[in-house]
Design a protein around this ligand. Sequence first.
Ligand code: NAD
Length: 493
Amino acid sequence: MPVIDLFIDGVRQKSSQNETRNIIHPANGKVVEKAQEASTVDVEYAIKAARKAFDQGSWPKTTNAHRSLVLNKVAEILQRDKTLFAQAESQDTGKRIIESEYDMDDVIKVFKYFAELITKQTDRKVNVDRENIESIIQYEPVGVIGLITPWNYPLLQASWKIAPALAAGCTFVIKPSELTPSTTSLLMDTLTEAGVPNGVHNLVLGSGAVVGSPLSSHPDIDMVSFTGGLMTGKKIMATASETVKKVALELGGKNPNIVFADADMDAAIDNALTAVFLHSGQVCSAGARLLVEKSIRKDFVAEVARRADLIRLGAPEDSFAETGALISAAHRDKVEKYVANALAEGAELKAGGKRPTESHLQEGFYYRPTVLDNCHTKMQCVQDESFGPVLTVETFESEAEVIALANDTIYGLAGAVWTKDIEKAQRVAKQLRHGTIWINDFHPYVPQAEWGGFKQSGFGRELGPMGLAEYQEAKHVWQNLKPAASNWFDGKE
Ligand code: NAD
C-alpha cells in the first residue's frame, strides 16, 4: 500500500515515531493509502528548515521576476500532471473526478495569477513634502509561514496560501488535513521541479493537536494562515498571540441565499440547489440558508425539494453521479445529528433526511440532500454550520426584514441576492455583512478578487492584491540626501 512521506528540507522522510495513519476513500470506506504521522520532533525539524531557508537561503532575496518565472513553471507542471492530481484529490475527498479536474484548473489559475501580480509590484515612493528626502515603501516577505488547511478543497485551499507566500518570498511549513494529504504532498515535488529551493517548502502530516498546533505556537514561525472551522480558528488565534504572530483566518460560514418574488424562477431554483448541494454541502460558502419571499415560498420550496430528491449520488468515477459522499463516517454522524436536532426544533422535512438506500452506496459515507422548511433565525440549524447537504428555509416579507435576517449570524463569509430589480439587489448587497455577495448567481470566484470573511468567518483576505499583501511587510526606508543638524537639543550647558 502506498505511504505518503513527510517532506522536509527537500527530502522525503519517515516519521521519527514510526507511525502511519490510514487514509480512507469516502466512496467505499476502504483504506487506500497510508500517511506518515509526524511527531513534534519532525515538526520542529521542518520549522528549523524553513527558518534557515528564510534567514540564510536565496529565495527571499530573489527578484520578483524570478519568483514569477518559478510560479508560472509550477502552473505548467500542474497542467501536465492534472490527471494525476485530480485522481489523488478524488481518492481522498470522494468528490467526482470532473470536480477535482475543475479544482485543478482553478489551482493552475491561482499560480498564474500570483506569478503575474508579483511582476507588477514595485516599491512605492512617498511624497513627504520636504526637500532632499527619499522616502520609499518596500514590500518584504513576512518570513516563515505556518499553513494549515482543511479537507474539502485540499489543494485549492493550499494554493490560495502557497502561491502568494512564494510570490512574496516567504518560506513555509504546511500541514494539510489528516484526512486528505495526497495532493499537497504531490505539490511538494512540483515545487521542487519548478525550481523552489530546498527548505522553502516543507510538509508535515498528522493531527491538528500534535502537528498543527506548533505552527501557531513556535517562535520561529512569523505568521500562521489557517483555513478551517471556527473553534480551531479561535484556538490558533489564542496560541498565536503568545508570540504575537501575524494571523490570517478563513473560517466557516452560514451563507444566506435571498430570493425575492420577482427573481428569474428557473435560475433561482437551479442555483438554490447548486448553492447548497455542490460537493454535498461541504463548501464553506454553501448557500445553506434559503431566505425566500413569502408570496412564492410554497411553490419554490416544493420545486427545490422535488429536485433535491432527484440528485444522483455516486463515486468519483461514476459518470451518472451528480455529487459524492461526505468526507468520513464521523462527519456523516455529525450531519445526521444536526438534522435530528433541527426536526426536534420544529423544522419540517421536505426532502432527504436519511442515508441513500441503493445497494452500491452502502459502503460509502453518503447522505441524501436534505431540505428543512419552516425554519427561523433562532433555531440552531439556522445558526450552526452543518457542512453537509442540508438546506434550511426561512421566509420574509420585506427588504428590511430580509437584510436583518441575513445578517443575524455570527458568520459573514458569503451570500446571494436574486431579483430582477437591480437597484434593489445593489441596495441589499450593500447592507449585507458578508465578504462575498453574488447578485443573480452563486459560487463563482476568481483569483483576481479577494476572498474572506466578515465577523467570525475570520479575517485577512486570500486571493486578489490583498491576498499577496497578507504575506508581505511594508518597510518604510527614509533617506536624507543632505544630512544636517536639527539642533533640537542645542547642547548648551
Ligand atoms: P478543522 O478546523 O477541523 O480542521 C482544519 C485544519 O486544522 C486541519 O488540518 C486540522 O488538522 C487542523 N487543526 C485541528 N486542530 C488544530 C489545532 N489545535 N491547531 C492547529 N491545527 C489544527 O476544519 P475542517 O473540518 O478540516 O474543515 C471544515 C471547516 O473549514 C468548515 O468550518 C469550513 O467552513 C471551513 N472552511 C472555510 C473556508 C474559507 O474559505 N473560509 C474554506 C474551506 C473550509
